[in-house]
Design a binder for this molecule. Sequence first.
Ligand SMILES: *Cc1c(COP(=O)(O)O)cnc(C)c1O
Length: 468
Amino acid sequence: MRYLSTRGGVEPVTFSQAVMMGLATDGGLLLPENFPQVDGETLRRWAGLPFTELAVEVMAPYVGTDLDRRSLADLVERSYAGFSHPEVTPVVEVGDRHVLELFHGPTAAFKDVALQFLGNLFEWLLERSGGRLNILGATSGDTGSAAIYGVRGQERIDIFILHPYQRVSPIQERQMTTVLDANVHNIAIEGTFDDGQRIVKELFNDLAFKSEYSLGAVNSINWARILAQVVYYFYSWARVTGGDPERAVVFSVPTGNFGDIFAGYVASRMGLPVRKLILATNRNDILSRFVNTGVYQAREVHHTISPSMDIQISSNFERYLYYLMDRDPAAVRGLMEQMAREGRLEVPPEKQAEVARLFHAEAVSEEETLEQIRRTFEESDYILDPHTAVGVRAARGYPGAICLATAHPAKFGDAVKQAIGVEAPPPPSLQGLMEKETRCERLPAETAAIKEYIKRTLAQRHGQTMEE
Ligand SMILES: *Cc1c(COP(=O)(O)O)cnc(C)c1O
């Protein structure tokens, strides 16, 4: 399998090159040149597989010859061995809905599903190439800790994670800053998540810096993350339908960067029977406005009780745009240039209609989110975290929908308590965090300051060995 850029300015690359490159060198995002097709018979067979075996089946054609099947199976096994549930991503019945629990990994959020795999994949690739990698990422909360847990203690990797100072939950902050491994560098920036994302993008676009310091990404722009997330769409479909290829399902996905829901789109393009993808946002509604109007336009970022979705510019949106514009890189370039120039882009009405055929989008308010947590608790004795509640609320017209549960409710204790008067009991991974020692650097939200800090830190840690 070869990978292409949404903007058409990169020679096709292999899977490992795409993983190491992160953002394409022309500023676009990397995508596989085609979607392997899964027929009814295969769907039926896959439905009988445990999560890890299914993961190998789904991933193998995308990985191509870069990893032999045994190595892939081994990576997958190691990545999900640390999950606290034997099914990895179990589906539970909650009232007339199915909840796909994606929070049984080490940081209690769905990003572990992708980042445990990506961490092991990086390590495997670096051992083979003899190289080093410096991971740079911006987080609105959950990505940072999940990425840190994915690579902590690894020899060939340093990780720099930017989070918006005092704009992540206390638990999220602690999950990141209590990891004291020497290769982990937390930076609290004095700004928003979008500032962090902009800084990271600018540093990746600084090609000299990127190559001299071997920068790699863990944000959802990395194709391997999307790929790992495709797996649980197949898995949950099988649990709910028993593997009947005639039965199409509805997924409801709490959305920020369009990564998780894009994985659902990929699954549907591969042949998974998907009737609807519900795109659920909080007040930060750029994506739901796009689905409903065809206009993609950022507004200011609002701080909400579902902070991992407090995003206005969605980094994976361009991937979807590429398919919507019939894989025409010139059209994508044109739209993205328009976006950069005018702060908005618009697709023609027939394209908006196409979007609305597969996606149903809704923006859910704070009151509705809290009300949903309360109602689900009263009716089903099940505690939703605020992100999951956004998706459950948006799916209310779709009984039987599979609602993706993206975080454990104990991670967002304040919102849960506000809704139902009590907090959810923490899983073992979240216990004792507040008492632990922390390490973090606070810096202004300026690209130059971050660049300087990275250079200084790496010089101290590796000195002359940086060029190895
Ligand atoms: C990251 C995150 C989301 C949004 O996922 P995207 O891939 O950015 O759309 C939703 N919920 C939680 C808890 C998250 O951490």
